[in-house]
Design a protein around this ligand. Structure first.
Ligand code: FAD
Length: 456
């Protein structure tokens, strides 16, 4: 089969892939964008956007309940229907990517629906419904295949109607009870959402909630969850699953069995590099991520962006890396990738925003670490806010240089308060300068000043 010659082939049109393919097409290159499922990737259909629609709705319920004791009395009747409808209609356009495909084609790109793999250096073969198509990419191949839900090899799990994030966002009803396996950002967001809509939720985690974050974040969330009636089982693992047609039973390593109507698997993400054919260019197909340089190059003529580049599985990371890869492909000058100030937000209530290194990571990096932490409930705004005011700000300083290398902002709008701390870490603003700033009274972000005082 003769190969079709183009400048660039983008395999996987996640947030970064779509962005890169569009920018490169707008720059005048002949770009083929290949997508096996939906243009836009996981984020708008099954991840960030629908879950944040759910978070918003669950938050509205929680706020309505907080009227009691603050401003009157309210009885709230949760109703899942508008949430399911909004996800279907607004966030995902009914799981249809026609608009996104049209946008890319309008920018000058050629779209191919199918599964692409590198079949030889500089060559991509795409399996489409109408058969294979082969492309020769004269300038670049960009890989943005993203990740899929990882399902652990639990005895009895295969073949049961368990949920991953993909089924959870398409739920048309709230289950009476739900076991969430995994306590990372995905697990805790879903746990709180479904609990606030009336499900009896149990979270099962081998270590603690939010194991990638500061321990104070997981402890705070565990306390809030307990107060909201969510059971958190830390230090336990699931060993086996059964489903009797109506309910799940999850066996734990201690011998105990938990039962619930639904089981959500939120135990991480997986990749399939063999299907992507990266062995054809000498890359390790069994690796967890693909090693890239600071311009996102993985091999001669191959750029890799997004979750699989191994620098954080976030939409903003995929888009950030897209810009860097596009500049490099076009031969334009620009700053190389810099991961010192990567922000991440877990959209629970309280929101957990974090940037840079945790205290443990900073110590492991050999820095002279000073930390300062302040409890948001004791801040003026926290005291005024009352119910729903749980949170803290924690700063991690490289004491030798007098700059912040990490920070966590947990609380109401913790992800928004984080903005100031991201600037501080990214721009290496001296803590002496941060201490001289004026923090508006009475805001949550004013607690940054107290956390700076606590640094000593
Ligand atoms: C429940 C949940 C909530 C999340 N919430 C947030 C959030 O609030 N904020 C945030 O920043 N991040 C969030 N994330 C993470 C975010 O979804 C991802 O980091 C983001 O989608 C970027 O991924 P990506 O660009 O690597 O590719 P993806 O979005 O995974 O897209 C990759 C695309 O490539 C396609 N593909 C794969 N292989 C091939 C192939 N061989 N040929 C053709 N097409 C292929 C796939 O079909 C897919 O459409 C969340 C994730 C989950 C699971």
């Amino acid at each position: 089969m003769p190969a079709e010659a183009v400048d660039v082939v983008v395999i996987g049109m996640g947030p970064g892939g779509e962005d890169a393919a569009t920018r490169l097409a707008k720059a005048g290159l002949a770009v083929v964008g290949v997508e096996g499922r939906l243009v836009g990737g996981e984020c708008p259909y099954y991840a960030c956007v629908p879950t944040k629609i759910m978070v918003r709705a669950a938050g509205a319920l929680a706020e309505a309940r907080r009227v009691n004791g603050l401003a009157g009395s309210a009885t709230v009747q949760p109703n899942w229907d508008p949430v399911a409808a909004r996800i279907r209609d607004e966030a995902t356009d009914d799981w249809d990517d026609t608009v996104a495909v049209e946008r890319f084609e309008k920018a000058g790109g050629a779209f191919v629906r199918g599964w692409g793999r590198i079949s030889a250096p500089g060559e991509v073969t795409v399996a489409t419904d109408a058969g294979d198509r082969v492309f020769r990419a004269n300038k670049a191949i960009v890989l943005n295949p993203g990740t899929a839900p990882a399902v652990p090899p639990l005895r009895g799990l295969a073949g049961t109607p368990y949920w991953t994030n993909r089924e959870a966002v398409t739920a048309t009803e709230v289950p009476d009870s739900l076991i969430v396996l995994g306590g990372g950002p995905v697990g805790v967001e879903f746990a709180q959402i479904f609990a606030r809509f009336g499900a009896k939720v149990t979270v099962v985690v081998p270590r603690r909630l939010l194991p990638q974050d500061e321990p104070e974040a997981g402890e705070l969330l565990a306390k809030v969850f307990e107060a909201e009636g969510i059971t958190v089982r830390t230090g336990v693992r699931g060993t086996g699953v059964s489903h009797d047609g109506g309910a799940f039973a999850l066996e734990l390593d201690g011998g105990e069995t938990l039962r619930a109507q639904q089981l959500l698997i939120a135990t991480g993400r997986r990749t399939d590099f063999a299907a992507l054919g990266i062995g054809a260019i000498g890359l390790d197909e069994s690796a967890k991520s693909i090693a890239v340089n600071e311009h996102m190059r993985a091999a001669d003529g191959v750029w890799v962006i997004g979750d699989v580049a191994g620098h954080g599985a976030f939409t903003h990371m995929s888009m950030y890396q897209s810009r860097i890869a596009v500049r490099d492909i076009l031969g334009e000058p620009g700053a190389p990738a810099d991961y010192r100030a990567v922000p991440r937000v877990t959209f629970t209530d309280p929101e957990i925003g974090a940037v840079g290194l945790t205290e443990e990571q900073a110590r492991a990096a050999g820095l002279t670490v000073r930390t300062g932490i302040t409890d948001l409930t004791t801040s003026t705004r926290g005291w005024i806010h009352k119910v729903g005011n749980a949170g803290f700000i924690k700063l991690v300083e490289d004491a030798d240089r007098g700059v912040l290398v990490g920070a966590t902002s947990a609380g109401p709008d913790g992800g928004e308060v984080l903005g100031a701390l991201v600037v501080a870490v990214h721009a290496q603003v001296p803590t002496a300068t941060l201490r001289e700033m004026i923090y508006a009274y009475p805001t949550f972000h004013r607690a940054i000043e107290s956390a700076l005082d606590a640094l000593g």
